[in-house]
Design a protein around this ligand. Structure first.
Ligand SMILES: Cc1cc2nc3c(=O)[nH]c(=O)nc-3n(C[C@H](O)[C@H](O)[C@H](O)COP(=O)(O)O)c2cc1C
Ligand SMILES: Cc1ncc(COP(=O)(O)O)c(C=O)c1O
Length: 274
C-alpha cells in the first residue's frame, strides 16, 4: 500500500480562486501573514495532487467567555440548557448533533455523530439501530462519551457516563413522532453499518416497506402507520461527568468539569487546566 503524500509546501505560490461569489475565511499562504490575504482568494502552493489548504496553518483565536467558578450554576444541566439555548438562538446548524464515542470489549474506540433527542438529570438520549456498531459496542461495554462541538460559540461540552437502553414504550413514543419516510428508513436499513451491494438494494427495501405500510391519507393515522422495529430504539447516557469548555485567547481556555460519584449524588465543580 502506498503512503499518502504529506502536505509539503514548495516555494512557488499559486493564486487559487476559492469561491469568488461567496468569499470564505482566508488563511495565510507560505511567507504571508493573515494581513496580506485578499478576500475571496487564497495564495497557496497547490500541486494538483495536494489539498488546497494546509491544515497546520488553520487556526482561530477564541475571544469569547469567560466561564468562572463563581458564574456557573450548581446544577450542570442548568448550564447545559443555557448553552444549548444559545446555539439554537444563534441559528447554528445541527445544534443537537453530538459525537458519541463507544468502545468495544477489547477497548477499540469508535465514534460517530448522533442527534440528541432529549436530556434530563436521568441522561442524554439518542435513537439508533441496536445492531449497529454502536449498539454492539454498547451491549459489550455500556459506557460512552459525548462531545457537543459548538464551534460557532467557541464552546464544547463533554459528557461521560454509563449507558442504559430506554424502555421500549419511550422508544415507541419517539418513533411515532418521526416523519413517515424516516420511519421507513429505519426498516430499510435493518442492518445498519453492514456492507450492502449498492444504493439499489436500499431503495428496493424502502419500496418494499412502503408498500407493506403505505402512507395513510388521513394525517390522524400517520403516527401508527409504521410499527417500531424491534432492532431500533433509544439509549441514554447517564452523566457522571459534564465538562464545559469555553475557548479563550492564547489557548488559556476556561474548563469547568462537574462530577458526581453516583447518579443520586451531589455535583462537584472543578476547574481544569486548558
Ligand atoms: C448530523 C448527523 C446526525 C446523525 N444522527 C444519527 C442518529 O441520531 N442516529 C443514528 O443512528 N445515526 C445518526 N447519524 C449517522 C451516524 O453518524 C452513523 O453513520 C450511523 O449511526 C452508523 O454508526 P455505527 O458506526 O455506530 O454503526 C447521524 C449522522 C450525522 C452526520
Ligand atoms: C440513521 C439515522 N437514524 C436516526 C437519526 C435521527 O433522526 P430523527 O431526527 O429523524 O429521529 C438520524 C439523523 O441523521 C440518522 O441519520
Amino acid at each position: 500500500m502506498s503512503s499518502l503524500p504529506f502536505v509539503s509546501l514548495s516555494d512557488k505560490a499559486v493564486a487559487v480562486p476559492l469561491n469568488p461569489v461567496r468569499p470564505t475565511v482566508q488563511y495565510p499562504g507560505p511567507g504571508e501573514t493573515a494581513k496580506t490575504q485578499v478576500r475571496g482568494w487564497s495564495a497557496v502552493n497547490r500541486p494538483a495532487d495536494q489539498p488546497a489548504h494546509d491544515p497546520a496553518r488553520l487556526r482561530a483565536s477564541y475571544e469569547r467567555g469567560p466561564l468562572t467558578e463563581q458564574g456557573v450554576p450548581a446544577d450542570p444541566l442548568a448550564l447545559f440548557t443555557a448553552w444549548f439555548e444559545d446555539v439554537v438562538a444563534e441559528g447554528l446548524s445541527e445544534p443537537n448533533a453530538m459525537v458519541l464515542a463507544t468502545a468495544a470489549a477489547d477497548g477499540a474506540p469508535n465514534a460517530r455523530t448522533v442527534l440528541l433527542k432529549g436530556y434530563s438529570p436521568a441522561g442524554f438520549r439518542f435513537f439508533t439501530n441496536f445492531t449497529s456498531a454502536k449498539g454492539l459496542e454498547l451491549a459489550e461495554n455500556p459506557r460512552a462519551a459525548l462531545v457537543f462541538p459548538w464551534h460557532a460559540r467557541a464552546r464544547q461540552v463533554r459528557v461521560t457516563g454509563p449507558v442504559e437502553r430506554l424502555p421500549e414504550a419511550e422508544s415507541a413514543a419517539y418513533f411515532r413522532t418521526r416523519p413517515y419516510g424516516s420511519r421507513l428508513g429505519a426498516w430499510a436499513s435493518e442492518h445498519q453499518s453492514s456492507v450492502i451491494s449498492g444504493r439499489d438494494e436500499l431503495e428496493r427495501r424502502y419500496t418494499e416497506v412502503a408498500s407493506q405500510w403505505p402512507e395513510p391519507d388521513n394525517l390522524d393515522d400517520d403516527a401508527d402507520a409504521v410499527p417500531l422495529p424491534a432492532f431500533w430504539g433509544g439509549y441514554r447516557v447517564v452523566p457522571a461527568t459534564i465538562e464545559f469548555w469555553q475557548g479563550r485567547p492564547n489557548r488559556l481556555h476556561d474548563r469547568i468539569r462537574y462530577s458526581r460519584p453516583l447518579p443520586s449524588g451531589r455535583w462537584k465543580a472543578e476547574r481544569l487546566s486548558p
